[in-house]
Design a protein around this ligand. Structure first.
Ligand SMILES: [Cu+2]
Length: 175
């Protein structure tokens, strides 16, 4: 039963010491709440009753818990992001499983994120007009759920493909 007494002391210290929690006025705490705390300390009441008493104090704003401050979003620094989904079935030859979208059109400065939603692994390799791999953006093996990101800082038409399934080609157009 002594342990309950410690719990109350710790709770009271927490209310006083933890930033964001304020006891507005100790005089406002109703006697029945004090009694519930006392009884709880003596083991004469249940934890539920004690917690209900605390709940009452919070609901009636006798204990005020400040809401977490929401950081203001600086819209001038907004980063542009666009996704390319590598869908299920992308590894197979055929008329399905194309990159979504097949030709992604973005503004200069956009970060393109490839997301592998397929059950098998893929890579993303930038290639030139003749199909040769160039070192512009080159991912490691992307397993299911893996992502690869590249920021496009210049206008242009960028081709890419998958080294494991070279018939899969896609385009990023940057304007
Ligand atoms: Cu592939």
């Amino acid at each position: 039963m002594k342990q309950r007494g410690y719990v109350i002391i710790i709770l009271i210290i927490a209310m006083i010491a933890v930033p964001g929690i304020h006891v507005v006025s100790a005089e406002k705490i109703p006697n029945w709440v004090k009694q519930a705390a006392l009884w709880y300390g003596e083991g004469k009441t249940t934890e539920d009753d004690f917690l209900n008493a605390i709940k009452y104090l919070i609901e009636h704003e006798i204990i005020v818990i400040e809401e977490t401050k929401v950081e203001k979003v600086d819209t001038t620094k907004k980063t542009k992001v666009a996704n390319v989904i590598i869908p299920n079935g992308n590894s197979k030859m055929g008329n399905a499983g194309f990159y979504i979208p097949l030709n992604l059109e973005v503004e200069v400065g956009t970060t393109v994120v490839w997301i592998n939603d397929d059950v098998v692994g893929h890579t993303v390799q930038s290639q030139d007009a003749s199909g040769k791999i160039i070192g512009l953006f080159n991912s490691d093996m992307l397993n299911t759920g893996d992502r690869f990101a590249h920021k496009f800082d210049k206008e242009g038409v960028y081709n890419y493909f998958c080294t494991l399934h070279p018939w899969r080609v896609g385009i990023v157009t940057v304007r």
